[in-house]
Design a protein around this ligand. Structure first.
Ligand SMILES: [Zn+2]
Length: 194
């Protein structure tokens, strides 16, 4: 697996949607593989250092994967509503709301950097990870113009990303994965036509 796939979407909720991707015309599901799930969560900064050891327990990881799968379904719905209507339905908004209201934890101050920041500490590992994903959804709606959320232009790719480039013309999930192979294909088809 190309490690860049884990985070190229930007916010973790979009990276969660991207956990199903196409590679060599085959569908790969990162959530179907325990060690890939762990890697995905770490790369997306969803796991606290103190949680790493506990996550080696199969039972905990399995129940977490079930939650991630249903959250992925929710994130897919969010994306398709953005694509179709540029806003969320009341039903989806309520689903996000009830997912957030389920979370248990406490607030603390992160004083690692010079700026003090209030952060949420989940009561359980699940609470903590789900908070991270929910927070990323809300953050996107607060700080991102929705047309900047796009699907990769390559017809065989289904990855999404937030275009944070200045010009806002990003077309590919990544140049390495799709941009170059598309350009090569265009080059050869032009050559054929001549
Ligand atoms: Zn792509």
């Amino acid at each position: 697996m190309d490690k860049s796939i884990l985070t190229l979407g930007g916010p973790s909720w979009i990276n969660l949607v991207n956990t199903i991707y196409i590679s060599n015309k085959q569908e790969i599901d990162i959530l179907a593989n325990a060690s890939s799930v762990l890697q995905w969560m770490k790369e997306n900064n969803l796991v606290r250092e103190s949680d790493v050891l506990a996550l080696e327990k199969k039972k905990l990881l399995d129940s977490l994967i079930v939650e991630l799968q249903s959250t992925r379904t929710l994130c897919n719905t969010i994306l398709s509503e953005i694509e179709q209507n540029r806003k969320l339905s009341l039903r989806t908004t309520n689903k996000i709301k009830s997912a957030v209201e389920k979370l248990q934890g406490s607030l603390t101050i992160n004083s690692e950097s010079e700026k003090l920041k209030i952060t949420f500490q989940g009561k359980t590992i699940e609470d903590h990870i789900m908070y991270g994903i929910m927070d990323s959804i809300i953050n996107t709606f607060e700080n991102t113009s929705l047309e900047r959320i796009r699907k990769c232009n390559h017809e065989e790719c289904r990855l999404y990303f937030v275009d944070t480039s200045k010009a806002g013309k990003r077309r590919w999930c990544s140049m390495e994965l799709c941009g170059n192979r598309k350009k090569a294909a265009e080059f050869y088809s032009k050559k054929k036509k001549k």
